[in-house]
Design a protein around this ligand. Structure first.
Ligand code: ATP
Ligand code: MG
Length: 515
């Protein structure tokens, strides 16, 4: 006989004691894995850009939402991910760690440390993709961001909240300008973020070393993705850097962010798109490559006073091939930014460093933020240099030159020399004013050609040591008074005489050598 009641009771007890571990997350299965790409079937309710978790711990980013499957890129390479693995949706997009603790650190695009120290003590995160401030949220660009580089601050001034492209062939000093600008922000209350996208680990190590040894790391965070990192990490690096910059901007701070470089970013995105089998367009880039950069650079802004008046100044870098600025990515980024600093390899190789081509470089908004004293002096500079360049081309034909033309030529050459500046040797605003005053005075005719750079360096050293009061008397926000100008030029004249005497023995030695 079976006691139904006892059996029923027994069963009920057993059922009550059953502990099931049901995973209620939405999941699907991998149906393809290769080249860092996975396709997942059965996963529904996924958002664009959502983080997915693959069985075994790998993470992926959902990028293609199709009717029958989801295409995603693995953030950590495709090792250990195979056919049939479970994939869970997380309901979250990628977030970046943000906070003051990020300063002085070297991190990857997800905010994890790469400098061998403990995790940054940050309590907050920000979504890596975030809408740009609207028109009403923006204020006017009215504060200068001094790069410390005379050629740029005098002719292509940059304002806080501006986006200024640095463009040029490989090895023309693009990174050098960005790094010098970061170094120049010491004591200026500007937070700097250097985002490296797909660069060689060795060049990056050098940059970090420079930032450390000059003390610039105190106010800088480096967000790295090197050339051997997974392509999706290179893709999100600039957005992560921008999320960190936004954290500071919305707290009323001024931020400078360098994207080094966006050509490699576009290439990383192209790789991902081609592997995801998205249709390709010009130069095999996908159709939305313009949006890739426009949504990033639009996030740089000067906020209105109501929102705290913070700013993000962006210095994107783009590499050209054989100086071709009309290629796809360069034209896109030129059209998005507020101006460009164009570097030329010919200038670089002929010793004009920084190799800024003044004719093709422009700053569309920085003029209103330029310091008054510099604006007053440098107004004529661009025109004079353009005239000089035109004449210099004619001079190659060797025709007879009248005195006036010779003067323009010699002045132009000396102006070009004045604008030469070694790396890591930034000028303060006052020093820039002094150099410009000397360069446009008649005094410059006295200084022998090719000696201008040495004269300028010596003169500034002398001023700092013996006439600090002259430098301090300069007020960058008003035009330099005639009296002060005369005093500065008198000091320069005095130094020029001493300089000529000092140079003579060398000249004599040189003459002997020639004989
Ligand atoms: P890449 O295309 O490899 O990224 P880049 O355009 O960023 O190159 P840099 O790495 O900044 O160029 O500079 C190239 C070289 O030129 C470096 O060795 C650097 O030290 C030197 N250089 C850059 N600017 C100057 C300068 N103003 N004076 C002297 N040397 C400079
Ligand atoms: Mg570089």
């Amino acid at each position: 006989m079976i006691d139904v009641n006892a059996l029923g009771k027994d069963l009920r007890e057993k059922i009550a004691n059953v502990r099931v571990n049901i995973d209620e997350r939405v999941c699907g299965r991998v149906i393809y894995s290769g080249d860092g790409i996975i396709r997942i079937s059965g996963l529904h309710d996924v958002k664009y850009n959502e983080l997915l978790e693959v069985q075994g711990g790998a993470r992926a980013l959902a990028l293609n939402l199709e009717t029958d499957c989801v295409g995603a890129v693995l953030l950590s390479g495709s090792e250990g991910v195979g056919f049939g693995d479970l994939v869970y949706s997380t309901g979250e997009t990628v977030h970046m760690r943000v906070g003051e603790a990020m300063l002085g650190r070297v991190v990857d695009p997800l905010g994890d440390p790469l400098d061998g120290m403990e995790e940054p003590a940050c309590t907050q995160t920000r979504p890596v993709e975030y809408p740009a401030p609207s028109i009403m949220d923006r204020g006017k660009v009215n504060t200068p961001l001094q790069t410390g580089i005379l050629a740029i601050d005098s002719m292509i001034p940059i304002g806080r909240g501006q986006r200024e492209l640095i463009i040029g062939d490989r090895q023309t000093g693009k990174t050098a300008i960005a790094v010098d600008t970061i170094l120049n922000q010491k004591g200026e209350n500007v937070i700097c973020i250097y985002v490296s996208i797909g660069q060689k680990a060795s060049s990056l190590a050098k940059i970090i070393q420079t930032l450390r040894s000059t003390g610039a790391m105190d106010y800088t965070c480096v967000v790295c993705s090197t050339a051997d990192d997974a392509v999706p990490l290179q893709y999100i690096a600039p957005y992560s850097g921008c999320a960190l910059a936004e954290y500071f901007m919305y707290r009323g701070k001024d931020v400078l962010i360098v994207y080094d470089d966006l050509s490699k970013h576009a290439v990383a995105y192209r790789t991902m798109s081609l592997l995801l089998k998205r249709p390709s367009g010009r130069e095999a880039y996908p159709g939305d490559v313009f949006y890739l950069h426009s949504r990033l650079l639009e996030r740089a802004a000067k906020l209105s006073a109501d929102l705290g008046g913070g700013s993000i100044t962006a210095l994107p870098i783009v590499e050209t091939l054989a100086g071709d600025i009309s290629a796809y990515i360069p034209t896109n980024v030129i059209s998005i930014t507020d101006g460009q600093i164009y570097l030329e390899s010919e200038l670089f190789n002929s010793g004009v460093r920084p190799a800024v081509n003044v004719g093709l470089s422009v700053s569309r908004v920085g003029g209103s933020a330029q310091r008054a004293a510099i604006r007053r002096i440098s107004g004529q500079l661009r025109v004079n240099l353009a005239q000089y360049r035109e004449l210099a081309i004619f001079m190659q034909f060797g025709s007879d030159l009248d005195a006036e033309t010779q003067k323009t030529l010699s002045r132009g050459a000396k102006m070009t020399d004045t604008l030469k500046q070694p790396q890591y040797r930034n000028y303060s605003v006052r020093e820039q004013i002094v150099l410009l005053l000397v360069a446009e005075s008649d005094l410059i005719d006295k200084i022998p050609a090719k000696k201008v750079t040495a004269f300028n360096a010596g003169f500034l050293d002398m001023l700092r040591a013996e006439h600090a009061e002259l430098l301090e008397a300069i007020d960058a926000d008003t035009a330099v008074s005639d009296e002060l100008r005369a005093r500065i030029l008198a000091a320069a004249e005095q130094y020029a005489d001493a300089f000529a005497v000092e140079e003579e023995p060398h000249a004599a030695e040189h003459a002997e050598e020639v004989q």
